[in-house]
Write a protein of this length. Structure first.
Length: 713
């Protein structure tokens, strides 16, 4: 007869059994036209089975093993049945006259359904996508360096599980001894054995937990460090295109979820899987019939949490979405407290938040009802299983097939087995969640920075001559918009060069290219005649320093902020550069001097103080190229003039690029570049540019006239 398609495998045997008409038959396990597991009966009714080679269509199949197992289930069921009734005809073999054969049929059919479900796409996945088995393998690969520890953990786990399994067995024996009124010494021996086994099991479980938890903590720490190092190596375009919240989530919450799943969920899976294996073995040794009955009932009982769990899961998603909306209201309120207070809208924001929380409360009520229904349904189904086992087991005791003690032991084993199965089913979604979290984590770990090959050039002496040669650049977010177009200029050593222009002219882009945050699409940027990409990264960062308008400080001490990124810097060196930046006086007046914390993002310091600390941080490196991006905009006029005098007096030591919107700060520069719409339109000194009466002249007149109006002149 023709091979059956794989989707009807589960139905084939049920149809065959119900029809009771097959005396001679042949089944194929084909799923797509191949026929490798074959079973048939000869004219005398004996089972004959054969195996053909693995067909070519299974090569590259994402589920080769499940398909093979699925196709073998029907032949295996027939083979096992033939062993139970070796001399019976196929008519008896496929009839409903034997309850054990009936249960066996349903057991194999249920197994087929489970395998088929696992081979089907998950509900939350798009059609055509496969289960994240690759991510799971990668997740488990984190455990590979510690395989020797997990071998020890497995040994302790087996010993502990075996110890716990022995307790119900002794309980059953004691029941038989009491009922049969045997020698009391046997009872005392059993109590002693149970006590020793309990203590030994507890000790091995303690050792197992200690080794496992310390190992998982180490894996968590190392993984978090690896992800952070990988992220820090990415190019600046990566941080422009990927939201900061996503990066933070991957480095913190996703790794935490992944590690917690490995440490807790994987531990529970290992523990309860081992228990389930031992328990099923003990149950089969006590009564195969009761074991088959229990397995069949469990297949039905597991549908209850499946149905109720789907409804609860949908509610949980809605609750999280509602909480997210409420949290967004709170976040917006706290982020704009000055605006809220200025408009006296505290009550309005409170009402808006309470309204969102009321929506969450309504969903929580439905969630509580769903949880209550699920608990009642689970309790009822569990109770029904126990009653069924006691009823069926009682009949077996009455017929003399099992003893009363064996029934007691079996009930105890069944309770533990049911609990283990429930835990395994409950942990499965959590493991899938961890696998999903790990996908982005591994994506970051494996991402190769889109940057040129790291340079190695480290000269003994650096002049600091910067050259832009026909540089054209577009940001990754807007590749079709050229921010700089064919820009060429020189920054000469020993000179202060100023770069001016309207907003969005491209001044900040020049700064970011100099700092190697991006690479130009066309043209070259040279330092002493060599492309800046050829210089060793650490060397280049030390020799090219920048002070921005809004400097970013960390929450560490002021001394450590000034020495940021430099391992060995003495306090005296820090104080010397602080004096050059006119920061020493205000730092000395602080409560703890240089050990005073700057606060988060430098929040404990004023804008002018932060700029002076940032200037000292740049000078402590003794850079050959110093870039000032409106670095004195928050200073008072007197302090700004003092700092400018220091910079111009020491200009012969380095190359200085002064980027500013304030024209009075650039007029002393030896060379001034005017950037307009991404192009250098004018260049020269202050007097020459005023004579040209071009863009620079317009900027100068605009600012000086505004200044005169403000001062009533």
């Amino acid at each position: 007869m023709p091979p059956y398609p794989g989707r009807y495998l589960c139905a084939d045997f049920g149809v065959m059994s119900a029809s009771n008409k097959h005396h001679e038959f042949a089944h194929s396990g084909s799923l797509a036209g191949g026929t490798f597991p074959i079973i048939s009966s000869d004219p005398r009714g004996h089972i004959v089975h054969s195996w053909s080679k693995l067909p070519s269509w299974l090569e590259g199949d994402p589920f080769p093993v499940p398909r093979i197992v699925l196709s073998l289930l029907i032949p295996s069921c027939v083979t096992v049945s033939s062993f139970v009734l070796p001399n019976s005809s196929s008519e008896i073999l496929y009839s409903w006259r034997r309850w054990d054969l009936l249960l066996l049929c349903y057991l194999f059919t249920t197994t087929s359904a489970i395998i088929w479900q696992q081979m089907s796409p998950f509900e939350d996945e798009e059609p055509g996508t496969s289960a994240p088995s690759g991510s799971l393998r990668r997740l488990l690969s984190l455990l590979t360096p510690y395989v020797h520890r997990f071998v020890i953990v497995s040994v302790f786990l087996i010993l502990s599980s075996w110890g716990e399994m022995a307790l119900p067995s002794y309980t059953g024996r004691m029941t038989d001894w009491i009922l049969n009124k045997e020698d009391p010494s046997a009872f005392r021996t059993a109590i002693t054995a149970m006590s020793l086994i309990t203590i030994s099991s507890a000790v091995t479980e303690f050792l197992c937990d200690c080794i496992y938890n310390t190992t998982m903590s180490r894996i968590h720490t190392q993984t978090q460090g690896q992800v952070l190092r990988s992220v820090l190596k990415q190019e600046m375009a990566f941080f422009d295109t990927v939201p900061t919240g996503d990066i933070t989530s991957r480095v913190t919450s996703d790794i935490t979820a992944m590690s917690e799943s490995l440490s807790s969920d994987l531990s529970l899976l290992m523990w309860y899987f081992m228990r389930a294996v031992f328990l099923s073995a003990y149950m089969c040794s006590l009564s195969p019939k009761l074991t088959i009955f229990t397995m069949m009932c469990l297949c039905v009982i597991t549908l209850v949490p499946k149905v109720s769990g789907t409804f609860s899961q949908d509610l949980a998603v809605k609750v999280q979405e509602s909480l997210s909306k409420a949290n967004q209201v709170a976040l917006e309120t706290f982020s704009n407290m000055k605006t809220v207070i200025s408009f006296a809208n505290e009550d309005g924001e409170s009402q808006r938040y309470e309204s969102k929380m009321y929506d969450t409360y309504q969903l929580n009520k439905w969630e509580a009802l769903a949880y209550g229904f699920s608990s009642v349904a689970n309790s009822f189904s569990s109770l029904a299983l126990k009653v069924g086992i006691l009823y069926f087991g009682g009949r077996l005791v009455t017929n003399g097939e099992v003893t009363g003690g064996n029934l007691v032991s079996f009930v105890l084993y069944e309770m533990q087995f049911t609990s283990a199965v429930e835990v395994l089913l409950r942990m499965y979604p959590d493991v899938r969640k961890a696998v999903g979290s790990s996908e982005k984590v591994f994506e970051y770990m494996d991402r190769i920075p889109q940057m040129p090959k790291p340079g190695t050039h480290v000269p003994h002496k650096l002049k600091g001559h910067i050259q832009f040669q026909n540089v054209t650049f577009s940001y990754p977010k807007h590749p079709n918009i050229a921010v700089l177009q064919d820009v060429s200029f020189d920054l000469r050593p020993g000179e202060v060069t100023a770069l001016v222009g309207q907003c969005d002219a491209g001044k900040s882009t020049v700064l970011q290219l100099l700092l190697r945050f991006y690479e130009p699409q066309n043209g070259k940027i040279l330092l002493d005649g060599k492309p800046i990409a050829e210089y060793e990264n650490q060397f280049y960062r030390r020799k090219v320093s920048v002070v921005s308008q809004e400097p970013a400080l960390t929450s560490r001490s002021i001394q450590r902020n000034i020495a940021y990124g430099m391992e060995k810097v003495s306090l005296k060196s820090v104080q010397d550069v602080a004096k050059l930046a006119f920061a020493h006086d205000f730092i000395s007046e602080l409560s703890n001097g240089y050990q005073t914390g700057a606060g988060q993002k430098g929040g404990q310091l004023s804008g002018g103080q932060k700029q002076r600390v940032a200037l000292a941080r740049a000078l402590v490196r003794d850079p050959q190229v110093l870039i000032l991006d409106d670095a004195t905009s928050s200073l008072d006029t007197e302090t700004e003039l003092k700092i400018q005098n220091v910079l111009y007096e020491n200009a012969e030591k380095r190359t200085v690029l002064l980027i500013s919107h304030r024209m009075n700060t650039v007029q002393r520069a030896k060379h001034i570049l005017v950037l307009e719409d991404g192009q250098i339109t004018e260049q020269g000194n202050h007097d020459d540019l005023l004579v040209q009466r071009g863009s620079y002249w317009k900027l100068w007149n605009k600012q000086t006239s505004s200044f005169q109006k403000e001062n009533g002149e």
